[in-house]
Ligand binder design. Structure first.
Ligand SMILES: NS(=O)(=O)c1ccco1
Ligand SMILES: [Zn+2]
Length: 254
């Protein structure tokens, strides 16, 4: 975390940080309500809507062309299709810490977020990002083990965005980053980085994907800082800790 700008001080500039539907949370599987009315999550991702990969100073983000409904998520807890805007990762400086959501108090090495917005009800991502049903983020845990055969497309591009810059990535379909089971937990929450808007319907997959320590290591060599800055601050621990549930119910499709 950058000096003096970590999650513990965000509430000074973003009072919503202490709101009633903040994310991430600790998911306790046995306390989740199995809701049989929750259908499967359906992902229709087009082959070639990815555009670029950017180091934005607090994560590495792959942006998509969201000018039409080519890549959408629907079903599950969602009343409309939500358009894929970007995906990014959160990770730690070593093995078992780095995810944002935890499961029964256990954290994973990293967490992938696929950020979608409700283009049926709202005209722009910015407008959707401030609406209670504006965003849907699919969370996928990353666990260390064997090499992930497709993640290398992203990790091999990371050296090009070591500093805060951007480079093109085309025809990367994030469907290749999904685990085999789409069983999920869902709850109403927020963005996990400022401005922390309480506008996210969270869908967190139970099954992690497996990536190698070597692939994760390439995230850790990214820098928060730009090339011109003399301080070389490694980008690691860019995860917010779990927030109070404040009476919310977590439902499970399982
Ligand atoms: N980490 S996240 O997916 O809640 C997010 C998206 C944009 C800002 O924060
Ligand atoms: Zn995120």
């Amino acid at each position: 975390r950058l000096w003096g700008s970590g999650p513990s001080v965000w509430h000074k500039n973003y009072p919503v940080a202490q709101g009633n539907r903040q994310s991430p949370i600790d998911i306790v599987p046995h306390q989740a309500l199995h809701d049989p009315s929750l259908g499967p999550v359906v992902l229709n991702y087009d082959q070639c809507t990815s555009m670029n990969i950017t180091n934005n100073g607090h994560s590495v983000v792959v942006q998509f062309d969201d000018s039409d409904d080519r890549s959408v998520i629907q079903g599950g807890p969602l009343d409309n299709p939500y358009r894929l805007k970007q995906f990014h990762f959160h990770w730690g400086e070593k093995g078992c810490h780095g995810s944002e959501h935890t499961v029964a108090g256990n954290s994973y090495a990293s967490e992938l977020h696929l950020v979608h917005w409700n283009a049926v009800k709202y005209k722009t991502f910015g407008e959707a990002a401030t609406a209670p049903d504006g965003l849907a983020v699919l969370g996928i845990f990353l666990e260390t083990g064997d090499d992930h055969r497709w993640l290398h497309v992203i990790t091999d591009a990371l050296y090009m965005v070591k500093f805060k810059v951007s480079t093109t990535v085309n025809c990367f379909n994030p469907k290749c980053l999904l685990p085999s089971s789409l069983h999920y937990w869902t709850y109403l929450g927020s963005l996990t980085t400022p401005p922390l808007h309480e506008s996210v319907i969270w869908i967190v997959l139970r099954e992690p994907i497996i990536v190698s320590e070597k692939q994760l290591g390439k995230f850790r060599m990214l820098l928060f800082t730009g090339e011109e800055e003399d301080q070389r601050i490694r980008m690691e621990n860019n995860f917010r800790p779990p927030q109070p549930l404040k009476g919310r119910k977590v439902r499970s499709s399982i």
